[in-house]
Ligand binder design. Structure first.
Ligand code: C2O
Ligand code: CU
Ligand code: CU
Length: 546
């Protein structure tokens, strides 16, 4: 690793993260995960040298909420993995385009799948494979600042590189979007998705080594829905009352442009987090949606680089959660607030019955970010939400063949760049250490040594959260001993379903359990704070044949 001269502030912050034992971190531990994330976000970045949009003065709710169109296949094709079958074949081209983020802003230069942000929604049926040709039709130069010190983004690498990953898909390794499997403008990759999994809200996004944070920030995201028979038979809201709500924040200039923050060290522009000044819903600022006095199924997705969202309705009515990352909960769960860390999803049902003429706002913390306007069209729901959705069979920890203890934010013994946050003290490029056997059940214990919560994601598999337990950081730092300082806390009801991304709180050991089903090959696991993921908080894992 080349030693790089990070700015002093960043350097200190890096040390704090690595030691996890600064006063701020300790306070944060006392105050819980939410405070930890907010509290650690003292401004540390050089603000972009441009006037930013002031969200307070922007007109609210003047643009209709865009609903990304459902992608249509370009035809049918055969594929060697599915002999004798003809599969739907989609073409998804990544293009540069301009679109206004708000009525009163000039159009914003963006990158998007099929020239849209978010891209078209791919809709799959469980058990029915499909093909997607991901096409890089982007320009030759990136419009966001690349840090060439970041691994995989060195100066000799092409500036524009993309590879698409379907987050939450049980896809074979060669179609999973391995970060190093990127390709340049003018190239494409044909991926196949078996869709051998339960109904869930998945999403696709770029995953190119060292610049994922920039490619996603530029707009390379979209929803990927899997439906299945049992889920369709539940009578949940459907058609135009079933829609993705993709949330992300961006730093938006008054000129309409996106700004990505850089540190005050021009030699190393990488920043450890990126918070926007305004939140986009399906690519618009403060949009509205006309709804009927009926039930709606909203598929909430946090597609932000860093920020977590705490969502609620201004009317005080509950968001009734029916699904988490990997599909249906056992039963509908009414919640006053839904918290989503980056990459997490929650499907919620909202009932506007009896609210004709009313306006209801969706809030992120206390800020209204979108408005529902209830208008009667003479149609009503019949029936009720089902009381039971799908049983979630708990995986038995006794059936695990292995428990891996994995430190989050540990630095390697050889020194190296103090700003890096690593997994298990290893760089991305170190040999594979996590190598579960196909079909086996494993427990992964993630020991968070930093002062921040990290949303940890595994490709390929769905998992269950076992528990979170406080541990003695000083004992760990001294002898690598895992000493618990309190009882294990079971997951709350919203985390009792299937997940693919889990919040690892500071000061806690977060344990998950998974059955490693899928095709043998090389996949990845990583923190889904995109700034961390790009700077070494990502590791390969190898699924070994049974
Ligand atoms: Cu959402 Cu490795 O991805
Ligand atoms: Cu993923
Ligand atoms: Cu992280």
């Amino acid at each position: 690793m080349t030693p790089v001269n990070r700015s002093r502030r960043q350097f200190l912050r890096g040390l704090a993260d690595l030691a996890g034992a600064t006063a701020a971190a300790e306070l944060a531990l006392l105050a819980g995960p939410a405070a930890a994330q907010q509290g650690m976000h003292a401004p540390q970045l050089a603000a972009p040298n441009v006037p930013l949009v002031n969200p307070v003065t922007l007109a609210r709710f003047v643009d209709p909420l865009p609903i990304p169109p459902v992608a249509k296949p370009a035809g049918q094709r055969a594929h060697p993995a599915y002999p004798g079958k003809s599969l739907p074949y989609y073409r998804m081209a990544m293009r540069a385009f301009r679109a206004p983020l708000h009525r009163d802003l000039p159009p914003t230069p963006l990158w998007g799948y099929e020239g849209m942000f978010p891209g078209p929604t791919l809709v799959a049926t469980s058990g029915q494979p499909l093909l997607v040709e991901w096409i890089n039709a982007l320009p030759e130069h990136h419009f966001l600042p690349i840090d060439h010190h970041v691994h995989g983004a060195e100066r000799d690498q092409p500036s524009v590189r993309t590879v698409t990953h379907v987050h939450g898909a049980r896809a074979p390794a060669a179609s999973d979007g391995y970060p190093e499997a990127w390709f340049v403008p003018g190239r494409s990759a044909l991926y196949h998705y078996p869709n051998g999994q339960d109904a869930a809200t998945l999403w696709y996004h770029d995953h190119a080594m060292g610049i994922t944070r920039l490619n996603i920030y530029a707009g390379l995201i979209g929803a990927y829905l899997v439906r299945d028979e049992a889920e369709q038979a539940l009578g949940l809201p459907s058609g135009d009352r079933d829609l993705p709500l993709v949330l992300c924040d961006r730093l938006i200039g008054r000129d309409g442009q996106l700004y990505y923050p850089v540190s005050d060290d021009p030699q190393a522009p990488w920043v450890s987090e990126c918070h926007g000044n305004a939140i986009l819903c399906n690519g618009k600022l403060y949009p509205y949606l006309e709804v009927e006095p009926r039930r709606y199924r909203l598929r909430l997705l946090n597609a932000a680089n860093t920020r977590f969202y705490e969502l609620s309705l201004s009317s005080g009515q509950p968001l009734v959660q029916v699904a988490s990352d990997q599909g249906l909960l056992a039963a509908p769960l009414p919640r006053q607030r839904v918290t989503l860390y980056p990459a997490e999803r929650a499907e919620v049902v909202v009932d506007f019955a009896g609210m004709d003429g009313k306006r209801v706002q969706l809030r992120q913390q206390s800020e209204a970010i979108m408005e529902f306007r209830v208008r009667d069209r003479g149609r009503r729901d019949t029936g009720a939400l089902p009381a039971a959705l799908r049983p979630v069979e708990r995986l038995d920890p006794a059936g695990a063949v292995r428990e891996r203890v994995l430190a989050l934010g540990e630095r390697d013994d050889a020194g190296g760049n103090p700003m890096m946050m690593m997994l298990g003290g290893r760089h991305w490029s170190a040999p594979v250490t996590e190598d579960p056997r196909q079909g086996s059940v494993e427990i992964w214990s993630m020991v968070n040594l930093t002062g921040d919560a990290h949303p940890m994601h595994l490709h390929l598999v769905r998992f269950q959260v076992l528990d979170r337990r406080p541990f003695d950081l000083f004992a760990w730092n001294a002898t690598r001993a895992l000493k618990y300082t309190g009882p294990a806390q079971p997951p709350p009801p919203e985390e009792m379903g299937w997940k693919d991304t889990v919040r690892a709180d500071p000061g806690m050991v977060t344990r998950i359990i998974a059955r490693f089903e899928g095709e043998p090959g090389r996949y990845v696991w990583h923190c889904h704070l995109l700034e961390h993921e790009d700077n070494e908080m990502m590791r390969p894992f190898l699924l070994r044949p049974a």
